[in-house]
Design a protein around this ligand. Structure first.
Ligand code: PAF
Length: 282
């Protein structure tokens, strides 16, 4: 696997592949890779001839009091895992390469509406940062398709909306969340948790499962949400939000909506975890 910080080198290699009639898949990441990321690479290899990965801890998507500096950087281990998974090209730019004029003078991309609620309400500016870096990376790599984990359900929807709104010729593929045997969704931020907190945190997925079952059985959503909030408090979480939405567009649930998604963000200690569960009600 070839690792580079050079935008021109990425473009040259991808152009060569495309001239040879090959397809290119892209997996953007912030590094500190776990099985969820590796699954994105293996899924990418099923769909394309070549896989490009990026590792960039994007400062634009972190708020002032968030964990930008503490975010784990594990390049050597990440490179080994990506190489073993079959990725061929790794882009590892620095902030100065991505934002040479500084972030304040950087043109940005913002998906209105979707970016402002749920995680967007708790983390103002977060999805502007995500949309901007993903758009830039798409323009650098110019892939045929790009893969994202469904754990970041709202992020996936923001990216799909951006691609549609800006007519980008890239297929966006969402890949199912990979979980620990306890049910805890894999996340780089799980590394901040103690073993005891990891066990407690597994309650998040159990709560989502119970909520989906209760709603599918016809229980009123506000009651189900309130009960779940109490359950999460009891398990040691400080819930940030817990919301049931229409799975197609994250709008508020209407009486005849069938495809729903429960989205949750909750603090375990100082670590903010997110998870979601899509389900159908009769
Ligand atoms: O999901 C992530 O790791 C990041 O938000 C992404 C998509 C790589 C953009 O920085």
């Amino acid at each position: 696997m070839y690792t580079t910080q050079d935008i021109a080198a990425i473009r040259t290699q991808v152009r060569q592949w495309r001239l040879a009639g090959k397809t290119v898949a892209f997996v953007p990441t912030m590094g500190n890779l776990h099985q969820g990321h590796i699954t994105l690479v293996t899924e990418a290899l099923k769909r394309a001839d070549h896989v490009v990965v990026s590792i960039f801890v994007n400062p634009m998507q972190f708020g002032q009091n968030e964990d930008l500096d503490a975010y784990p950087r594990t390049l050597a281990a990440d490179q080994a895992a990506l190489e073993a998974a079959g990725a061929e090209l790794l882009f590892t730019p620095t902030p100065a390469i991505i934002y040479p004029k500084g972030m304040d003078k950087q043109t940005f991309v913002e998906v209105p509406g979707l970016s402002e609620e749920l995680c967007g309400a708790s983390r103002p500016g977060h999805f502007r940062g995500v949309a901007t870096i993903v758009c830039k990376l798409f323009n650098i790599v110019q892939p045929d398709l790009a893969l994202f984990g469904k754990k970041d359900f709202q992020q996936l929807m923001v990216i799909k909306a951006m691609v549609e709104d800006l007519s980008l010729p890239i297929e966006i593929v969402g890949v199912d969340t990979i979980r620990e045997s306890s049910g805890l969704a894999m996340s780089s931020r799980n590394g901040y948790l103690s073993e005891a907190q990891k066990q407690q945190a597994a309650q998040l997925k159990r709560t989502l499962d119970e909520m989906a079952e209760a709603i599918a059985q016809g229980q009123a959503i506000p009651n189900v949400v309130q009960h779940a909030q109490e359950q999460l408090h009891h398990a040691g979480f400080k819930p940030d939000y817990l919301s049931v939405r229409n799975a197609a567009d994250l709008s508020e649930v209407q009486a005849d909506d069938k495809q729903l998604v429960i989205l949750a963000a909750a603090f375990m200690g100082s670590t903010r975890l997110i998870d979601n569960l899509s389900f159908e009600r009769a």
